[in-house]
Design a protein around this ligand. Sequence first.
Ligand SMILES: [Zn+2]
Length: 181
Amino acid sequence: LPTIFSHPAVAIAFWPSFRQKLPCSIFAAAALCSCLPDVDVVGFQFGIRYGDVFGHRGFTHSIFFAFLVSLLAAYAFCAQKKNRKLARAIFLFLFACTLSHGVLDAFTDGGLGVAFFSPFSNVRYFFPWRPIRVSAIGIADFLSGPVLRVLLSEIKSVWIPCLLIYAFSAILFKRANKETL
Ligand SMILES: [Zn+2]
């Protein structure tokens, strides 16, 4: 993982594209979704190994898991409202944020790759270009490691691109709204 602080940057980046359609509570859910795949580290306590299907960067980092979580959340949120457009927007936003977690992990330079196609295949993938320094699992290990180098690589490879997307889409949507007025 990049550190847990950096995954929600993606929710911030995508927010301007969705904020016209979605309530703010969905933004909080998206920030949560962007970190959610790392619940799999709990498995280490129970003897699940890193490379297992439910090991770290396994099933919870897959496309299928992102699909399931966002579908359930969209359904839970819209079950009473019966608003298809809203449900679709919630699904898309949460899916993008949940899946972005594995995508960022696949840009890191350590650990095992990401099982994008779990549970159908447990093959682990990395991108050929891996600019993000991997962060240690667990706070104690993280703090005793090269903290600054990890954080700097995240600022460069995650936060700056995400904030650029945020700024760019915020301007774009503001202009689009002005034109429709
Ligand atoms: Zn992860």
